[in-house]
Design a protein around this ligand. Structure first.
Ligand code: AHR
Length: 315
């Protein structure tokens, strides 16, 4: 008699591994790729993990579906990098009801119920926005421009609207630039954190505004798009150019752009969250308490220092 068909037995290793489901934003930027790599390199079988990642292609609804799938699969932990801030209460309530701890990484969610997640680790995006104002003032001084005296016309390429990285950087910059009544924000539009859309928006800014002095790019990939658009329009940028560029992330390619003289200054955003999330999970496994909220320390880098620093950059 033929043996009855049965589901493949769970291997012993599988049972011993901690099952982590990672709901990633997408693959929109160099930063994001470095973040994915950090998670994949950390959550290996060798380190005791079974790791599955969903790339939600910058769609919040795809992230919600992915969380429900991970609940069905009964993972041990859900790690969520939320695309946008709003609308998480229902699905995170479902994860809580299923007894699955949720660790939020990178961007934050809006909720009045902090029992919906166990811990969060990421960047202080509003502080990054404040830092960008100081960085711009310094970059102008380095060009011999008094940041308090001359009229400075600014445009901003915003990130994904409604994401913490966009909200924090936009609001932080807007709040602190009030210290400079001579700075004028001509326009702000979203380039969705991608090079392609950053370039498109910059092309339209250049058509609408002949007198742009500064571009604030809310990430490096949009800055790369802006540089292409500026050069195609026959203008120059960077420390020796017509248009000053302030960017966020400080990925390696942005250091190269600073060395090439295209970006003036870059406000760091650190994507290497794999080891940080692993530490949180290991503490939880050991029954220890973890910080509910943990901010990563970040820096600001100027073009003049880029050549000396690029060798030590990890992403
Ligand atoms: O949330 C972090 C932001 O997301 C980074 O600045 C950007 O490059 C990424 O897409």
């Amino acid at each position: 008699e033929a043996p009855a068909a049965s589901a493949p037995a769970e291997t012993k290793e599988d049972k011993d591994l901690i099952y982590v489901g990672f709901v990633q934003v997408g693959a929109e930027s160099d930063w994001r790729m470095a973040n994915t790599k950090s998670m994949q390199e950390t959550f290996t079988e060798e380190n005791g993990f079974k790791f599955e990642m969903v790339d939600a292609q910058q769609k919040t609804d795809k992230q919600i579906t992915a969380i429900r799938d991970f609940i069905q699969k009964d993972v041990d932990y859900i790690v969520l990098a939320p695309n946008t801030e709003a609308g998480w209460d229902t699905v995170l309530g479902e994860a809580r009801d299923a007894g699955i701890p949720v660790i939020i990484v990178d961007r934050m969610i809006q909720t009045s119920d902090d029992s919906l997640f166990t811990a969060w680790v990421g960047s202080n995006f509003k502080q990054e926005g404040y830092d960008a104002v100081d960085a711009l003032a310094e970059a102008l001084k380095l060009k011999g421009i008094d940041p308090k005296a001359e009229e400075i016309n600014i445009v901003t390429l915003q990130g994904t609207m409604g994401s913490s990285a966009q909200i924090g950087r936009t609001d932080g910059f807007a709040e602190k630039m009030k210290e400079y009544p001579n700075w004028k924000m001509l326009d702000r539009q979203s380039g969705d954190f991608t090079q392609e859309k950053g370039q498109e928006v910059m092309e339209s800014f250049l058509k609408s505004y002949p007198d742009i002095d500064v571009v604030i790019a809310e990430n490096d990939n949009m800055a790369f798009g802006a540089i292409n658009a500026i050069k195609a329009a026959g203008k120059t940028c960077g420390p020796n150019g017509d248009i000053t560029i302030v960017s966020f992330d400080a990925v390696k390619a942005a250091f190269e752009a600073m060395i090439a003289g295209d970006i003036d200054v870059d406000v760091e955003c650190n994507p290497l969250h794999g080891p940080r999330v692993k530490e949180i999970i290991e503490k939880l496994e050991a029954g220890q308490t973890v910080d509910k909220i943990a901010y990563v320390k970040e820096d600001v880098f100027f073009a003049k220092d880029a050549a000396n620093i690029i060798g030590s950059r990890q992403y």
